[in-house]
Design a protein around this ligand. Structure first.
Ligand code: ADP
Length: 405
């Protein structure tokens, strides 16, 4: 049995989960969130499986102060001593081409991580702050890095290269990396468990950020996000694929800076931009039912974007065996799932409308005679991080019967 702390460090938030891991079983004993790091009114909230929640309002100038506080709370609640912690697993947003799997962090790895974070200029620093803070607070503990991009390192060249001059890839590392890899990996493993085989899967991770991945026999062969997470399908506030000349045109003709256009494409576009200010699908569903024409258009665009990718990936995979929905919208919105599946009858998808009303739980939502299965699988990236960390530190392979509490 090992106690593993999983960390997801963002620029102004830090999420954590404490797992107890056994060979064939695991459970989450604490879940925490630090908000407004480096800002006013910051706070830490930790909830527990067997203990009342702890909420502390205090200044949180940086990640090290946050983690010191988190460790203190854990020591006063579910851990007798901090030495009970076996390891810390970190979510890292980018592994470049260096990392095609999770690794134990040592000096060499850390150098490559620092190098790779240059590819994530806006968010890269926060991931490194999380690792550095743990190194400082718990210098002897093993740390493991789990990369959002690693699962997509199996993509073939024709899928990951852009049609730019080849030196853009060779010298500047500009290529499709893909993101949400830990989530696509988790749901494809779960789908294989449910179906009893590993085949041609298309996985739709539809949250605020969203991506679609083509998976063959457990390996990513193409994915909609690219060099950055702004590419691919339309998202909550990100534009997804647009004509590459548009940002240049806006800068030239509307006198906007690169930063302004970047903010527009990432924070003011997608469902939010198209609907006139609504990025949450719950609001959009309501507005569609009330006949709001902009909301209807935004949802139509969203569904159209997704079915285009599914069609493209069905071609890439020579047909599909299963379509998987995950993340906030994929897990909860029967409305969006139905709109997507209604356009995919030609692929052999038959949605079971009753089953589709289930929300937020693992379910097969296609009819028993549907040639292609449709699965809803709540994602669990933290579990993969805990499991990889456990496997790496214990140097043992996961048993087939592993289950989540
Ligand atoms: P991220 O992790 O990318 O921030 P999530 O995976 O948490 O995003 O997804 C958040 C989105 O999920 C919300 O913006 C909302 O659109 C959608 N969502 C959450 N709950 C529901 C629900 N019950 N019905 C429909 N959509 C939902």
């Amino acid at each position: 049995m090992e106690k593993i702390l999983v960390l997801n460090s963002g620029s102004s938030t830090l999420k954590c989960q404490l797992f107890t891991m056994y060979d064939d079983y695991c459970e989450v004993i604490a879940k925490g969130l630090a908000e407004r790091i480096g800002l006013s009114d910051s706070r830490i909230t930790i909830t527990f499986k067997d203990h009342p929640p702890v909420i502390r309002h205090l200044p949180l100038p940086d990640h090290e102060v946050v983690l010191k506080e988190v460790l203190d709370i854990l020591q006063h609640t579910v851990l007798h001593d901090i030495s009970e912690l076996s390891a810390v697993g970190h979510r890292l947003g980018h592994g470049g081409e260096f990392f095609n799997r999770s690794v134990i962090i040592d000096e060499q790895v850390m150098q490559k991580i620092n190098d790779t974070m240059e590819l994530l200029p806006l968010h890269g620093a926060a991931f490194v702050h999380g690792i550095n803070a743990i190194t400082h607070l718990l210098p002897k503990i093993s740390q493991v890095a789990v990369f959002d991009t690693a699962f997509h390192q199996t993509m073939p060249k024709e899928a990951y290269l852009y049609s730019l001059p080849s030196e853009q890839y060779e010298k500047h590392r500009i290529r499709r990396y893909g993101f949400h890899g830990t989530s696509h990996r988790y749901v494809s493993e779960m789908a294989a468990d449910i179906l009893g085989f590993n085949g041609r899967f298309i996985s739709c991770h539809l949250g605020n950020g969203a991506s679609v991945t083509a998976i063959r026999d457990g390996q990513s062969v193409d994915t909609s996000m690219g060099f950055t997470p702004a590419a691919g399908i339309m998202m909550g506030t990100r534009c997804g694929d647009i004509d590459p000349y548009i940002p240049l045109y806006i800068m030239k003709h509307q006198n906007k800076t690169a930063d302004e256009v970047n903010a527009m494409m990432n924070k003011e576009s997608g469902l939010f931009g198209a609907s006139g200010g609504f990025s949450d699908v719950r609001d959009l569903e309501k507005r569609c039912l009330q006949g709001d024409s902009k909301a209807i258009t935004a949802v139509d665009m969203y569904v159209y974007n997704i079915i285009k990718y599914i069609g493209a990936y069905a071609a890439v995979l020579d047909g599909i065996d299963a379509l998987i929905f995950t993340a906030g919208i994929g897990e909860n919105s029967s409305f969006i799932r139905k709109k997507i599946c209604d356009r995919l009858g030609y692929l052999g998808i038959k949605l079971d409308e009753n089953a589709n009303h289930r929300r937020g739980e693992r379910a097969v939502v296609s009819t028993p005679d549907s040639p292609v299965k449709v699965l809803v699988i709540p994602t669990n990236e933290e579990y993969i991080i805990a499991r990889d960390t456990y496997d790496l530190i214990a140097n043992r392979r996961r048993k087939k019967s592993f289950r989540v509490a």
